[in-house]
Write a protein that binds this ligand. Sequence first.
Ligand code: SF4
Length: 343
Amino acid sequence: MTVASTTTAPVSETDVLEVARERVLGGGVGLSEEQLVAVLRLPDERVPELLELAHSVRMTWCGPEVEVEGIVSLKTGGCPEDCHFCSQSGQFESPVRAVWLDIPELVEAAKQTAATGATEFCIVAAVRGPDDRLMRQVRDGIAAIQAAVEINVACSLGMLTQQQVDELAAMGVHRYNHNLEAARSYFPQVVTTHTWEERMDTCRMVREAGMELCCGGLVGMGESLEQRAELAAQLAALEPDEVPLNFLNPRPGTPFGELPVMDGTDALRTVAAFRLAMPRTILRYAGGREITLGDLGTRDGLTGGVNAVIVGNYLTTLGREPADDLALLSDLRMPVKELGKTL
Ligand code: SF4
């Protein structure tokens, strides 16, 4: 006896790109986790078609503008946490040692960032969460920046208490970055000193306080394709304003220091999958894109779903020259988002 199925055909029996064309491009609704796995399994010869679709989704639901951000490290290194990808952890033999920036240096960095045309300036500290000293530095730093430079200030200061969330919102912090880092099922292989749920708590408080939420993660850390899709789906469920996508840059001395650099085509497949998971979100190229993708891949990603970049250097590694990125955007006829439109 045969029983008629009332469910829709499994993804493997349909063409996931056809599904995406209708659901994501046509309707602005992201793909499900199962559909994202199918995207991540597409053969290499279908990657150009995938990137083209992801680009159309980005142009339709976000437009051609690219958001440019600069980041500065207020406190570098010596972090008590053990995120296995991070050379700023004080628990590993990586060569980054604790350094603090002073307020004039912070203002100078904000000025230089604004001069590139960037609209966001993110103050980052390598900490589990801010203590009183860091909160004071941040308060003084933001006041000095706001007095001297026209730019949105974002912060990335680790896990927050409700009181700290409220204080940052009151200081005028426009956006707060706190990444999920990895899929919930893979997180215990990446970090043991805090939990995925603790990270999620900070993300929720940030949202509820009215700050924009910037929340992304890293790929290429040994996770399975299913876990990569899981991360994209978990981020989509959180509906962040921005998703920074990092590719592991294996740093010597860290537990992930010996992992291979992610394959460039896999990285592009991931970029496109994240765009198909989150059609309306700012999707930012963050750390590791230079080593994973090089110049050519940077261009492919910008025409494959990405609509935001970090200019200049990352926290512990060098990035491309800002002028190179800005020339590339001009070449691609993608205007840099202006400050007035983000306020
Ligand atoms: S990722 Fe952040 S919390 Fe984790 S070790 Fe690095 S600086 Fe610390």
